[in-house]
Design a protein around this ligand. Structure first.
Ligand code: NIG
Ligand code: FE
Length: 399
């Protein structure tokens, strides 16, 4: 069992000016001087106070809807069949290219507000629905505007290597060259913190990914990968050797990938909401991975095609039911391990003095209730960087 460092009758002191945690310990040992000045007190008696969630893999910025595919999959068509018949990512690319930056910003802001309402205090979001110069830049600039305007920390990832766009299908090498050039430009312009590659028979081959990483490793951007999603492509073992911060999806991961992850600092980010929503049914072998020594993170993979799911608590429910993870493992996976997947564990992901005050209060006496009570909003309070964003079940700010 993961040790959550639970403190009964605990108290948390937050320095609102710096937005950091000043005290985390027993209520009885709290320095009363902290309470004597001007301070706001939140009474969380009988409830659970825990770190805010970190959603380390989303695709928040997109145009249009793929509702039709949702129903087609439910009737038996596969994600791959839909993709090869003109649906899938390419459909969202067309709608995203058409949308204005303002439209994308407004839609993504409202999605972000929903994530926050569900207890998420840090979000990573990718480009990858533009796949040409102006549209990728439009998405990345929305990512940066979200960071500047929303109360959460928003990390931006360049995913030009999401798919080869239709108009470049006869020139794959040329498209990979384009991704490499844009990756360098985006890094220089400060528009991204990470870059990602969808390595898959539908998208990019391992040799193509290797070309991109050869260029990417000369930038300051951290590497993340969509890896071994539907089968064991050997991507994870290579990604670990390439120094990826995280390998994500992993529905088809094999023993070599598991062994490589276990012997590394690369985080295995599992996305059970995707397997559920896309009627794929093959969940990553979380138990084998945990027992083998891999560090597991959980994320929503929020996107219009394979996972229009806004909730880390629901993602935890699926991790319990479909991957046999414990409540403790889920909580670690959606907080401190997710922080490692973004390289930010030194200042967030747990309730420790000096860390950013990203805190949620669960309206239940035990954290086990969180994955167990499905469809009920148990996120009573959300505090991000010391600011109260949701209080007693009510959002306080338009985000
Ligand atoms: O992470 N796997 C690739 N990309 C997304 C799906 C994107 C889409 O279908 O629009 C994912 O699941
Ligand atoms: Fe994804």
């Amino acid at each position: 069992m993961s040790d959550l460092g639970l403190i009964e009758n605990g108290a948390l002191g937050i320095d609102v000016a710096s937005g950091t945690i000043e005290y985390a310990g027993r209520y009885a040992s709290l320095d009363r001087a902290l309470l004597s000045g001007k301070c706001i007190t939140i009474d969380a008696s009988g409830r659970v106070v825990m770190p805010g969630f970190i959603d380390s893999h989303t695709h928040l910025v997109f145009g249009g809807s793929r509702a039709g595919e949702f129903y087609r999959r439910a009737r038996g068509e596969s994600y791959q069949e839909i993709s090869s018949s003109g649906g899938g990512i390419i459909k969202t690319v067309a709608a995203t290219r058409q949308a204005s930056e303002e439209e994308l910003f407004s839609a993504a802001s409202s999605r972000l507000a929903q994530l926050i309402c569900n207890g998420t205090c840090t979000v990573e979001t990718k480009s990858g629905y533009g796949l040409d110069v102006p549209s990728e830049l439009k998405i990345l600039s929305v990512n940066r505007r979200l960071q500047a305007t929303a109360p959460v920390t928003v990390f931006s990832t360049y995913l030009g290597a999401h798919l080869v766009p239709v108009e470049r299908r006869d020139d794959r090498d040329g498209y990979v060259d384009f991704v490499i050039d844009q990756l360098r430009e985006v890094a220089q312009a400060g528009l991204a913190d990470f870059y990602d590659i969808f390595v898959d028979p539908l998208a990019f081959t391992l040799p193509e990914a290797q070309r991109i990483v050869a260029a990417g490793s000369e930038t300051h951007l951290g590497l993340k990968l969509h890896a071994d999603e539907f089968g064991d492509d050997g991507t994870t073992a290579w990604g670990v050797a390439a120094g990826a911060l995280s390998c994500d999806h992993l529905g088809g991961i094999g023993e070599a990938g598991i062994a490589a992850l276990a012997a590394s600092n690369t985080v295995a980010t599992l996305l059970p909401a995707t397997m559920f929503f896309s009627s794929h049914g093959v969940y990553a072998p979380a138990r084998r991975m945990i027992e083998g020594g891999c560090a597991i993170a959980l994320a929503t993979d929020l996107n219009p095609g394979s996972s229009l799911i806004y909730s880390i608590p629901l993602t935890m429910t699926l991790a319990v039911l479909e991957m046999a993870m414990s409540a403790e493992e889920c909580i670690v996976a959606a907080t401190i391990n997710a922080a490692h997947a973004l390289g930010i564990a030194d200042h967030t992901g747990s309730l420790e003095p000096g860390k950013r005050a990203d805190v949620i209060v669960i309206d239940a006496p035990h954290y086990e209730e969180l994955p167990y009570q499905v469809g009920r909003d148990l996120i009573r309070d959300v505090i991000i960087g010391g600011r109260v964003i949701k209080s007693n079940g009510q959002m306080q700010l338009p985000c």
